[in-house]
Design a protein around this ligand. Structure first.
Ligand code: SAM
Length: 245
């Protein structure tokens, strides 16, 4: 098998996506910092949103709901035909994100549930699950039609803020790509999507605003045996897009 490669960029997610060619990406798995976090911050249900002395990353910036339109248009543009997009999403933001993604061209299938198996915070029934919105561009079959829409995997406590276990992304990547595919995460945080991707022999391109995210992700991906520096992704040739040259 060819060695797996990765490339990391620091910047705004939408600005980064704009640098990628049309129809060049096999899969997008991402986890933006939702505006709804501000509400939890305000009522103090989550202590990790406060300043942490142990970290230079006090808490990351939120990505406002009114930027979803530009984000989903760019994600749709860079994805190859017949590919999938998974969006980690809290149950509140799901109602806002779904119609905006549909307006960008995506077919929405359903929310998958990540069952974190351990109880979390909250004053209005304590949180134990998160949604993962499952979108499609064109038509693509999942590899294993026997996999449930509930993914069981314990939450990570005390890691990078909102860190996801790579095992969750592994299910999504295994279902929706072939080995050697190019997976991206425009809000990569500690790089869990990348760890899952390279662990399955897929290539990874990640982006984040925060320097700490770059350092953590780079270290994790090198430890996983991936090589840094991936050539620019190739656009689907115009002949395959059915365009007149
Ligand atoms: C919820 S965290 C991602 C956590 C990640 N899934 C993990 O497992 O570690 C969201 C990330 O988005 C980054 N971020 C916030 N605003 C951004 C923006 N406009 N563009 C790119 N990244 C951004 C934050 O720095 C943070 O690392």
């Amino acid at each position: 098998m060819d060695e797996t490669r990765f490339q990391l960029t620091r910047g705004d997610a939408v600005a980064w996506l704009r640098t990628l060619p049309d129809e060049s990406i096999d899969l997008v798995v991402t986890d933006p910092p939702y505006e709804s976090l501000e509400k939890h911050r305000a009522i103090g249900t989550t202590t990790r949103l406060k300043h942490s002395k142990a970290s230079s990353n006090d808490w990351f910036e939120i990505f406002p709901n009114d930027r979803f339109a530009e984000l989903f248009v760019e994600i749709y543009r860079v994805m190859k035909r017949n590919s999938h997009f998974y969006l980690f999403c809290d149950p509140e933001t799901m109602f806002v994100a779904k119609p905006v993604a549909e307006a960008a061209g995506f077919k929405f299938w359903k929310p998958l549930i990540w069952n974190k198996q351990r109880i979390g915070m909250g004053y209005h029934y304590r949180a134990m699950y998160e949604c993962i919105l499952f979108f499609e561009k064109g038509k693509r079959k999942l590899h294993d039609l026997g996999i449930s829409d509930i993914i069981e995997q314990p939450r990570i406590n005390g890691g990078y803020p909102a860190e996801k276990p790579p095992q969750v992304a592994s299910v999504l990547i295994g279902q929706s790509t072939e080995p050697g595919a190019l997976v991206i995460d425009p809000f990569m945080g500690s790089g869990s999507t990348g760890v899952a991707a390279v662990g399955l022999g897929r290539n990874f391109m990640g982006n984040d605003l925060c320097e700490e995210a770059m350092l953590i992700t780079r270290q994790r991906l090198l430890e996983a045996g991936a090589k840094e520096s991936l050539g620019a992704p190739e656009a689907t040739p115009h002949s395959q897009l059915g365009l007149q040259m």
